[in-house]
Structures are given as C-alpha cells and as structure tokens.
Design a protein. Sequence first.
Length: 73
Amino acid sequence: MADQLSNQSEKYLADVVAGGLHPSKEAALEAAVTALREKNEQLPEVPPEDAVLVEEGLGPGWSLAPSGRCRVG
C-alpha cells in the first residue's frame, strides 16, 4: 500500500486547508475517510439467495464479495 499521496491530492488538501474548510491536512483526510465509509455503507446489499442470479448476470470475471458488493476477478 502506498503511503504517499499524489501531487494532485496533496495540492487539493492544501487548498482545502488554506480555504478554511478543515483546520489541517489530517482533519481533511479523516473527513474524506468518514464520507467514503458513509457512501459505501449506503450501497444496497444483495440477499444471499439472489447472489447466484446476480453473478450469472455479471458474467465471467465478476463475483460478489461476502459483503454482497461486486468485485472483479
């Protein structure tokens, strides 16, 4: 896992902090992670009994993760 952000992300974070939206880079990153978690929690789950039908419709190379979300490979 990379432990450095891209130059574009670093610049965006600096702009967010400079604009006063968040007090620090760390606070901006925490807010981003919280928003991502909330967004992912809103994804609908596929009931186990429907998973086979969904996987058949997705085609080769796709499957459902144990969480009911789609993944490649």
